[in-house]
Design a protein around this ligand. Structure first.
Ligand code: NAP
Length: 242
């Protein structure tokens, strides 16, 4: 069986992607850091529509934990592999660089960038040997144009964009595609403290995006129909300048 793993699948964009991939027929592995109640809600949404989902909590920034949990998963699923990986887990800790503490920098890099590396490296071998895989990295407009107050987050997301392009070239011949999705402002917990009324005046379509809109794009990139798209960064931002 081909499974789909969504890191940070408990809430927001990750939850919507879990539901979308389940609707496409994938058994879904819902990763999260600590919010089990939210992860169980995602699982329930999937099961109500007769999909299959399991919870797999781990901290993407902890390489030992990632390896241990994913090794255990493989041992328990000898005939299965994770064919679709959505690197979605992310945090933001915004502050101007002049005030930025080491932990602001390190926590954002460790989660958004090293998390991508830790999980992707572990799952690559199976995708390459099975000759099918989809790696979809959720980055950000911030990683394309840079955002003041987000040097840490912009750096992490820009780094993942570079890695997306490089990895796509390494493994394209094995029928494994690697793409990035760069959302603008999407209504989730991550953006609930922002001034939506003011910010939406800057967005040509005049509103924040919905997690389901990002999930539809992720679903397409995960599908067989997207086999000829790799190394791309696709913006989904209502027309905000990129
Ligand atoms: P969110 O609602 O805050 O959800 C974040 C998710 O990431 C949660 O499931 C959380 O798990 C998980 N997570 C955080 N740290 C983790 C860790 N160390 N290990 C494993 N899981 C971890 O965020 P969102 O808005 O859906 O964002 C999802 C992705 O989209 C992020 O990469 C973000 O940078 C990106 N993005 C978002 C926007 C936006 O406007 N919302 C725009 C551009 C890019 P718990 O529930 O356990 O905490």
């Amino acid at each position: 069986m081909k499974y789909a793993l969504v890191t940070g699948g408990s809430r927001g964009i990750g939850r919507a992607i879990c539901i979308k991939l389940s609707e496409m027929g994938f058994p879904v592995i819902i990763n999260y850091a600590s919010n089990k109640a939210a992860a169980l809600e995602t699982k329930q949404h999937i099961e109500e529509k007769n999909g299959t989902a399991e919870l797999l909590p781990f901290n993407v920034s902890n390489v030992e934990e990632v390896d241990k949990i994913l090794n255990e998963w493989s041992e328990n699923h000898p005939n299965d592999y994770i064919a679709v990986l959505i690197n979605n887990a992310g945090i933001r800790l915004d502050t101007m660089m002049v005030f930025m503490q080491n932990e602001h920098w390190n926590d954002v890099i460790n989660t958004n960038l090293n998390g991508f590396f830790n999980v992707t490296r572990r799952l690559l071998k199976d995708m390459v040997t099975k000759r099918f895989g989809r790696i979809i990295n959720v980055v950000s407009l911030s990683g394309i144009k840079g955002m003041p107050g987000q040097t840490n987050y912009s750096a992490a997301k820009a780094a993942v964009i570079g890695a997306t392009k490089a990895l796509a070239q390494e493994i394209g011949s094995r029928k494994v595609t690697v793409n990035a999705i760069a959302p603008g402002f999407i209504s989730t917990d991550m953006t609930k403290d922002l001034d939506e009324k003011m910010l939406k005046t800057m967005i040509p379509v005049g509103r924040f995006g919905k997690p389901e809109e990002v999930a539809d794009l992720a679903g397409f990139l995960a599908s067989e129909n997207a086999s000829y798209i790799t190394g791309e960064v696709i913006s989904i931002n209502g027309g905000l300048y990129t």
